[in-house]
Design a protein around this ligand. Sequence first.
Ligand code: SF4
Ligand code: SF4
Length: 226
Amino acid sequence: MIVAEIKPFEEIKNMIKNYQKVLIVGCGSCVTVCLTGGERQVELLASALRMARKIEGNDITVGELTIRRQCDPEFIEQIKDEAAQYDVILSMACGAGVQGIAERFKDIPVLPAMNTMFLGVSDGQGTWVEVCAACGDCILWKTGGICPVARCAKGLVNGPCGGSQGGLCEVSKDVPCAWQLIYARLVRLNLQHFLKDISQQKKQPVRPRRLVREDLRLKKEPTKGV
Ligand code: SF4
Ligand code: SF4
């Protein structure tokens, strides 16, 4: 999932300081799972902003909404009537969600309440760890299911740097060396021959990337070009 954290409260307060009617929109997917941008967090942020502005003697109207996904126009459309009643939208989604909303409501400023961090998995209570850098050319089949792009501190895809000590990365002493993990996993699976096949070449994506599935498109009309 996409892991994001809420911005410092002062930064959010500063972003909306010139607005009187703020609609906070939460996202019911990844950021709900990592407990940063779902319905409950919308409620908490709305209360905190109301309180802070009241103390300043500059009252504010704060609306609260959470939609299923902010990266999907179908769900964004559901808030069009509500959105029209506000000066600004404060999005509690990842950067994709913020831009999804901004693309739909071109006459309303859309501000990010979150910092988007990485693609990760849960690593225990309240902890998430980056495991994929969305490189677009997955090599996990050769690396024992462990991603060197995201998990090696240097992003090396052609083997270890040689600085690992005791199985730990030379850059971050509290983090296991990704290549040590890859080696151990491949040996365990009796697939160590893949180590000979590690290439220095990896396709470099041309950005912004776009995925078009013709089999899912009913009409062959041009895409919207977001
Ligand atoms: S190689 Fe790593 S960064 Fe690339 S798609 Fe696979 S898991 Fe993600
Ligand atoms: S020690 Fe391992 S994880 Fe750290 S930079 Fe070198 S190869 Fe990458």
